[in-house]
Design a binder for this molecule. Sequence first.
Ligand code: MN3
Length: 248
Amino acid sequence: MTSELNRREAITSLAALGAVGVGLTAGRSNAAPLLSADALGYDAVKGEYMLPDLPYGYDALEPAIDAETMTIHHDKHHAGYVAGLNKALAMLHAIRWEKGDPGTIQHWERQLSFHAGGHVNHTLFWTGMAPANHGGGGEPTGKLADAIKRDFGSFDKFSWQFQAAAKSVEGSGWGWLVYEPMSARLMITQMQNQQQMMFAGAVPLLGVDVWEHAYYLRYQNRRADYLAAFMGIVNWPEIERRFAAASV
Ligand code: MN3
């Protein structure tokens, strides 16, 4: 299999996930993608994804998110999703190539959805945060600020709904601010696990991880406190960039 084929398959696989509008602003080839292949750690020669480094130190988001949580979350959890994604792609390739047992397809497609979701979600998560007073926190400006006011009423109303949605995710999952390109509007969605409950076409702009591994060491069961702290480290300039890329 050529690396080009690998690359196309990988992109197609990721694009099949509703959560992943990545690179799928198709027909907008002049727009910067939501995430580049480099940002996702994609190695076109190996046809595999690598774990990207954090864009800051493990302790950079203190006190909102502690260094131990960041270390385990990135080096263990995120790494696990990358490994799982590569494994699923390799297994699907092998089954297809050898016309192997079609009964195993469902299992590996589920693995692909979960781990590809995990990889993309976490890559967006890390880069969607920045240290407080070094780009993190405050409110968005420009066209994103205007769109938030139009679609939610005000930044405060947006922030309230975003935190309420994330807080009430059943079990493990995410809260997301997404752009729905067909009607050109913003929405807030919940996500269960790494992929469920997202709808096709939704472009993820801002996500907050509400798996317990994201906050339990510091906050225990106080998910709402974690969410309030998260709002103080949102990298709004990066979210504005994603919105601009998605809404061209
Ligand atoms: Mn996580």
